[in-house]
Design a protein around this ligand. Structure first.
Ligand code: PEP
Ligand code: MG
Length: 980
């Protein structure tokens, strides 16, 4: 239960993060490496699990194990815990297996009490330092242990911590002291007495004067903080399981606040914002670590080489304490070599002696991740596979994200400068509280959260905002770390700003900005502008191209795109798409330039006889052919899967009276007759109604027209010297007979087109979507006719769960909230159920046709964990929207690195049942979800389910759930947008 470290050795190792938490495991590793680490011990995450499973109580022998470990610490360090003459003080810190910066609690200076204070004063000869440490202990302990862990929820701004902070502030004001460090011993002594009185008054209990009681209070509070509000929100956002628990590390205190030869700091072995290979960090003289990370004082730069506009006048550690700096720089190199990755470190200098308090793999922006991976590859520190694993697919998203247009920035109204804590650009309306950020975002607004200082309690508001701006704090403050981890645009420490949260105003240079005013942030430069500036796509960075080429050289699956227009197809090619996996023909009836073809389609739909329908189809034909031909031309040399018309026809019937009249007139019928025909088309359950292949079965002439357009385009382009590979895809198939029925049409049209174009054959493939469970189960028969399968996992998920993809907003949030579902299955493929159908279909299909080509074109094709699944079950390609193509390329390469194909059958294909999802550290999954759900969520602001895959949608809005019937009648336009 307890693992000791210190004195050049440790019980644990870096690999034991699950048991010791990141902090405990890395402290052990550093001790083993001979790096100076204050001795301590770690109580395991298993104890946390026990604590929660047994009514917040500990295993029986824990107390004796802790006592033994404490004795070891005393032996290494010298002083003794609770000793009157030579007292040892300890810190009590949390440590989860994955870093959760600032989300759980810490208590420092534990062990100070009336018995030990005189001894420490005698030992240090520094009563000011001792009373300062004591007032910090009281502030932290009363807040963390006596209030938060006790479940007391004070009114906003009335917490004990805030009350004590105010008292401290008042004392400084009365006594005319500029900083905490200027307070005299007597002032501090009086203050701690007042603190203790206030604690008793507010919390109804005395501040404990017994070191052991303080220690166990601290341990309990850290365990309790695992289930604190902040920690829970963060876990939801980051997808960290509740069961993991936290470890508790108890470590001897070293002090950075013992005078001018003492200091504390936080650093990164390389720049976490840009990836530049320069030691980068911040430090404060005569301070404790909390002063740096809490963003209370704007810290100094670590060295000369990394000074910037904002901090160039401040002293660097390199010049202030050159000896210590060079020792620290040596440790930096040791750690990078050992861990082969950028480390985020915390250190303290106590009277000239350096101590390392923490190291962990540092969070970084997408840009930094890319640059570091490529640099470390060039330096020979890591191999190609490691480099590819170092960038999370979700970080690519950030690399492709907009930046402030440099041209627009030139003449812009620059109002302040701060530290560039999170990359990219963002424009939005300013809000001043996390709650407002969440609420405004829900109404569809883009907001920038403006705060005086970074505060981990704001995590949900930070997540909701497009950008974050603070007046105080440094690059290593908690909120900056969190923002950077998300790749969110963020500027901290913009000192010229005065933020008034009560008045909801921001004052700078004599101007006042109110809530709702628009600002633009350039998070890469740290510049704040008034108003909205133009954004542009991050330009194609050669490093990015090289990195992606590396990934491409590794992956086993191809990556195609879902594109419905020649423009999208061209964009997708730029992103590296190797073909189109889904061309939804119906797209041409929506959006710009669609009036004429839509009118003709409508004419066809409301026709009452085959002759009328054929006449309308003939008029429609040139439009369909033009679109298909242009797309095939753009994809010259690459395959294009063209799907026959899928949606229920009545979706296209006009609802506006004037449109109905125009349509009736063109058909020579009355508006009443048109309404009657439209009414005939109405269905109760259109998602399972007259759609997909069923349209082609009842109206073969619709399939004929489309197939003719495909084959004629192909024949003409081939004659023009282009290489085209059309794949005709039939949707919503459940029976092989449906496919045979349509194949006969395809064959007949093929022969007709060949005759017309004077060619012997037009190369093409004929295949189907697998999106109905019956098709998956009878895949052996279906593959007798189909030459390829493309899994339509949007519909397959809908049909397997029986969850209407248009209506999940009404109930899936509750499923996620109650943990009945681990994630929205329309975003992250459900391996357990839907996945089984996919596996079965592939096995059965390939049993009939060993060379059967298999891909996916549902939204899951661009979501990293689902891409991994596709790799495991042996798909040939995934297909996704153009912007997700790079993400899928990288995810496919990472899947190959983690589960090499060919080496051994993947776990999902060896008959041991469905492939289990694999939690990957650091690889945030940012899916876009079911397109339909996404659009609806946006339109109605009803739920965040589509936009925040790993997070529960909070708060849920039951009232927003729509009756299925109404949803089913969603307009054709909305559906089209949703599909994209
Ligand atoms: C699917 O069902 O997964 C699919 C790609 O088709 P659509 O979303 O157009 O129904
Ligand atoms: Mg479908």
């Amino acid at each position: 239960m307890v693992y000791s470290f210190g004195g050049g050795k440790a019980d644990g190792r870096a690999e034991m993060k699950n048991l010791l938490g990141g902090k405990g495991a890395n402290l052990a590793e550093m001790a083993n490496l001979g790096i100076p680490v204050p001795a301590g011990f770690t109580i395991t995450t298993d104890v946390c699990t026990h604590y929660y499973q047994h009514g917040r109580s500990y295993p029986k022998t824990l107390a004796s194990e802790v006592a033994a470990a404490l004795a070891k610490v005393e032996k290494v360090m010298g002083p003794k815990f609770g000793d009157a003459t030579n007292p040892l003080l300890v810190s009590v810190r949390s440590g989860a297996r994955r870093s959760m910066p600032g989300m759980m609690e810490t208590v420092l200076n534990v062990g100070l009490c009336s018995k030990t204070i005189p001894g420490l004063i005698a030992k240090t000869g520094n009563p000011r330092f001792v009373y300062d440490a004591y007032r910090r202990l009281i502030m932290m302990y009363s807040d963390v242990v006596m209030e938060k862990a006790a479940g007391i929820e004070p009114a906003e701004g009335q917490g004990i911590r805030q009350q004590l902070d105010k008292m401290l502030h008042d004392v400084k004001e009365w006594s005319g002291r500029a900083t905490d460090a200027d307070l005299t011993v007597d002032e501090l002594k009086a203050l701690v007495d007042e603190f203790k009185t206030r604690v008793r008054e507010v919390l109804g209990k005395d501040f404990p004067d017994d070191p052991s009681e303080q220690l166990w209070g601290g341990i309990g509070a850290v365990f309790a903080s695992w289930n604190g509000r902040r920690a829970i929100s963060y876990r939801r956002i980051e997808g960290i399981p509740d069961e993991w628990g936290t470890a508790v590390t108890v470590q001897s205190m070293v002090f950075g606040n013992m005078g001018d030869t003492s200091a504390t700091g936080v650093a990164f072995t390389r720049n976490p914002a840009t990836g530049e290979n320069k030691f980068y960090g911040e430090w404060l003289v005569n301070a404790q670590g909390e002063d740096v990370v809490a963003g209370i004082r704007t810290p100094n730069p670590l060295n000369e080489a990394t000074k910037n506009e904002q901090n160039k006048h401040l002293p660097s550690l390199q010049t202030a304490m050159p000896g210590v700096y060079s020792e620290l720089d040596g440790i930096r190199l040791t750690l990078e070599k050992h861990y082969r990755d950028m480390q985020d470190i915390e250190f303290t200098i106590q009277e000239g002696r350096l101590w390392m308090l923490q190291c962990r793999v540092g969070k970084r922006t997408g840009t930094a991740a890319l640059n570091m991976a490529m640099d470390m590859l060039d330096e020979g520190l890591i191999g190609k596979g490691d480099a590819v694993m170092r960038v999370a697919p979700s970080q690519l998203d950030e690399l492709l994200h907009p930046i402030v247009d440099p041209a627009a920035e030139k003449g812009a109204d620059l109002i302040a400068k701060g530290l560039p804590a999170g990359p990219g650009g963002a424009s939005g309306q300013i809000v001043f509280t996390a709650g407002d950020a969440v609420a405004w975002t829900k109404t569809g607004k883009k907001v920038i959260l403006v705060r005086e200082e970074t505060n981990p309690e704001d995590v949900e508001g930070m997540r909701a905002s497009v950008g974050i701006l603070t007046a105080r704090g440094g690059m290593t403050s908690h909120a900056a770390l969190v923002a950077r981890g998300w790749g969110k645009c963020c500027i901290v420490g913009a000192g010229a700003l005065t933020v008034d949260v009560h008045k909801r105003t921001l004052r700078v240079g004599g101007r006042t900005f109110n809530e709702g005013d628009v600002l633009t942030l350039n998070g890469t430069r740290g510049h704040v502008y008034a108003g909205k500036l133009a954004m542009m796509d991050a330009t194609e960075n050669p490093r990015f191209v090289k990195f992606m080429a590396l990934a491409d050289s590794i992956r086993a699956m191809k990556v195609r795109t879902n594109a419905d227009t020649p423009e999208d197809a061209a964009k997708a090619r730029e992103f590296g798409a190797e073909g189109i996996g889904l061309f939804r023909t119906e797209h041409m009836f929506y959006g710009k330039g669609s009036e004429q073809p839509l009118f003709l389609l409508r004419k066809m739909i409301v026709s009452s006889s085959e002759a009328e329908r054929r006449a309308a189809l003939e008029e429609l034909y040139p439009f369909v052919k033009k679109d298909i031909k242009a797309t095939l031309a753009v994809m010259d040399g690459l395959p294009v899967t063209i799907r026959l018309l899928d949606p229920p026809l009545h979706e296209f019937v006009p609802t506006r009276a004037d449109e109905r009249e125009k349509l009736a007139a063109s058909l020579g019928i009355t508006a009443t007759e048109l309404s009657r025909r439209a009414e005939d088309l109405h269905e109760s359950n259109p998602m399972m109604g007259h759609r997909g292949v069923r349209l082609g079965v009842t109206f073969p002439e619709i399939s004929e027209m489309q197939i003719r357009a495909i084959l004629e385009s192909a024949a003409e382009l081939t004659a023009e010297g282009k290489k085209v590979f059309p794949e005709i895809m039939v949707p919503v198939v459940g029976l092989v007979s449906e496919l045979d029925d349509q194949k006969a049409i395809a064959k007949r049209i093929h022969d007709e087109v060949c005759a017309k174009c004077h060619v012997a054959a037009i190369p093409h493939m004929y295949g189907t979507m697998i999106e109905i469970p019956r098709a998956a189960l009878t895949a052996d028969r279906i593959a007798g006719t189909a030459e390829f399968f493309s899994f339509g996992t949007n519909d397959l998920t809908q049909m397997t769960f029986g969850f209407s993809r248009d209506d999940i907003g009404g109930f899936v949030p509750d499923y996620l909230e109650k943990k009945l579902l681990p994630a929205d299955p329309f975003q992250i493929l459900d391996r357990e159920g839907v996945g089984q159908l996919v596996e079965v279909a592939i096995q059965r299909g390939r049993a009939t046709r060993p060379k059967l080509k298999v891909g996916i074109c549902g939204e899951h094709g661009g979501e990293p964990s689902s891409v991994e699944f596709c790799h495991l079950v042996g798909m040939d390609y995934v297909s996704c929207s153009p912007f997700r193509v790079p993400i899928a390329r990288l995810a496919a390469a990472q899947a190959q690195l983690t589960h090499p194909r060919g080496a051994k059958a993947g776990p999902g294909t060896d008959g041991r049942g469905p492939v289990k999802p694999k939690a990957k550290a650091g690889s945030g999954v940012r899916g876009q979800g079911s397109g339909k759900a996404k659009t609806k969520a946006k339109a109605k602001s009803k739920t965040k389910i589509a936009a925040k895959p790993k997070a529960k949608p909070t708060p849920k809005k039951k009232a927003a759930a729509k009756p299925a019937r109404k949803t089913a009648r969603a307009t054709a336009k909305a559906r089209a947008k949703a599909r994209r």
